[in-house]
Design a protein around this ligand. Structure first.
Ligand code: SF4
Length: 470
């Protein structure tokens, strides 16, 4: 696992007395999807109240906050910034008042036409309060041509957007026509829950019903569920959700994440065999694939690393030096296990390479005789424009170095990646997946600047000079 930021997590509840409390617990289960900020908005049927702040769910909310949010419908959001600065004003849900009354919105994903949307909204008088791409959706909702026409509004958005929208009357769940980010619905005893991942439904005792379909709008209100379709496209589910982001106990795109990763490991053992004494996973990301690798290769699985659970996920730190420092204190190698051994170390990805290098170095320092790295996904050669934080090609190690040179950079004896064909062979039909970061074929064209600034304002300024349509 390398230093990658995830995007966001969503959780919503309609029709339950303690909706905000359930959302709080749901967000806890989704904490792996973002650690920068958290927020909950709830409604009593007439107004919307909210609380949000920077940091983990546990530090943003106390009992008093939850008491104030106590209502029968609520939505929550945890955030990692891909577009927009990491600061409180960008924390979601965004809450506003427009001609139809109060509304709150939470977004997981990234709009690839955010620059042009913001520009045209600004030209027509909109004043933005944040540097987040998600705020444009709120401004569009307020426009006369869209305030009674949600499908029309959604048809103007491009890219990745799973949305939760809360009004005093209903909770609305939306998934973009490509279905880039997951979103599923569960049934509570007294209402409904909607979550980025099914592990959060389990947390609040909701029974998994189904995914929100790509291009679907689900209205949840006092009359139950009502659905409509706003656009149709060939789905392109983000396969990296299954490889890396989602929790192993979640069901995403109909696949259990742990079992999927085990299949990746098994395929990897077939494609990249090597003689060795033990198979060691990089925790937690490599755990499931290492089981699959060990089972197929017959090489015993061993615990070669110990993880310090009191350190947050490596990629929450925005500065590169901070990331490295944290990677070092997060893991330690067990010398008694690896010393003198030929070790196959299984991980889920290498994106930039720097964190991986320091991890494999721990094995060498602990006395491993040989280190053979096996990665349960193909090399990342292209940026992601759909909500994952690797948008600069020059930062991707497999884009800037020939594959045969990477083992030398990582200071390991060999390196093997799963092939794209091998990866797709592990998915269940109909295999409608986005693999753009591996293959470079983008399902939705993006407005891209050569170097993506942290801040959308700056991005807007530069966009005129540098827009490249991929
Ligand atoms: S480019 Fe990669 S990370 Fe981005 S949506 Fe596609 S598969 Fe996921």
């Amino acid at each position: 696992m390398d230093a990658i930021k995830h995007e966001c997590g969503l959780f919503g509840v309609y029709g339950s007395v303690d909706a905000a409390e359930k959302v709080y617990y749901g967000l806890y289960s989704l904490q792996h999807r973002g650690e920068e900020s958290a927020g909950i908005a709830s409604t009593d049927g007439s107004d919307i109240v909210w609380h949000k702040g920077m940091g983990l769910v546990s530090s943003v909310f106390n009992l008093q906050d939850l008491k104030l949010l106590r209502n029968s419908a609520a939505i929550g959001h945890i955030r990692y910034s891909t577009v927009g600065r990491s600061e409180r004003q960008n924390a979601q849900p965004f809450v506003a008042e427009y001609s139809k009354g109060p509304v709150a919105i939470a977004h997981n994903g990234q709009l690839v036409n955010a620059v042009s949307l913001r520009r045209s909204l600004k030209r027509s008088g909109a004043v933005f309060q944040t540097s987040s791409d998600s705020e444009a959706i709120l401004h569009l909702m307020a426009r006369p041509e869209y305030c009674e026409n949600l499908p029309g509004l959604l048809g103007d958005l491009r890219g990745a957007f799973s949305l939760l929208i809360l009004t005093p009357e209903e909770l609305i769940a939306v998934r973009d026509p490509n279905g880039f980010r997951p979103l599923c619905i569960g049934k509570l005893k007294d209402g409904y829950a909607v979550a980025s991942e099914s592990c959060a439904l389990d947390q609040v005792g909701a029974e998994y019903l189904r995914e929100v379909s790509p291009g679907e709008i689900v209205h949840i209100n006092k009359d139950g569920l009502r659905t409509e379709t706003f656009a149709a496209a060939k789905p392109s589910y983000c396969i990296f959700e299954l490889i890396y982001f989602s929790r192993p106990d979640s069901v995403v795109y109909g696949e259990n994440v742990h079992l999927f990763r085990k299949r990746l490991g098994a395929k990897l053992a077939e494609e990249c065999p090597v003689e060795a004494d033990i198979v060691v996973p990089v925790p937690e990301g490599g755990n499931s694939a290492a089981i699959g690798y060990s089972q197929v290769s017959g090489i015993p699985l061993e615990r070669g690393f110990v993880r310090n659970h009191y350190v947050g996920r490596t990629f929450i730190l925005p500065r590169v030096e901070q990331r490295h420092q944290k990677a070092e204190i997060k893991l330690n190698a067990i010398s008694s296990v690896v010393a003198g051994k030929r070790v196959i170390v299984v991980d889920d990805s290498i994106v930039r390479g720097t964190t991986s290098k320091s991890r494999f170095g721990l094995l060498r320092r602990a006395g491993a005789k040989e280190i053979h790295v096996r990665i349960s996904c193909p090399p990342h050669r292209y940026p992601c424009y759909y909500g994952i934080d690797f948008q600069i090609r020059e930062e991707l190690i497999a884009a800037v170095r020939p594959l045969e040179e990477i083992p030398e950079f990582l200071e390991v004896d060999s390196l093997g990646y799963l092939s794209i064909e091998g990866l797709l062979s592990c998915t269940s039909p109909p295999k409608d997946y986005c693999v753009a970061c591996f293959a470079g074929k983008y399902p939705v064209p993006a407005e891209v600047v050569k170097k993506v600034p942290a801040d959308l304002e700056e991005w807007e300024e530069k966009a005129g000079e540098h827009i490249i349509v991929v």
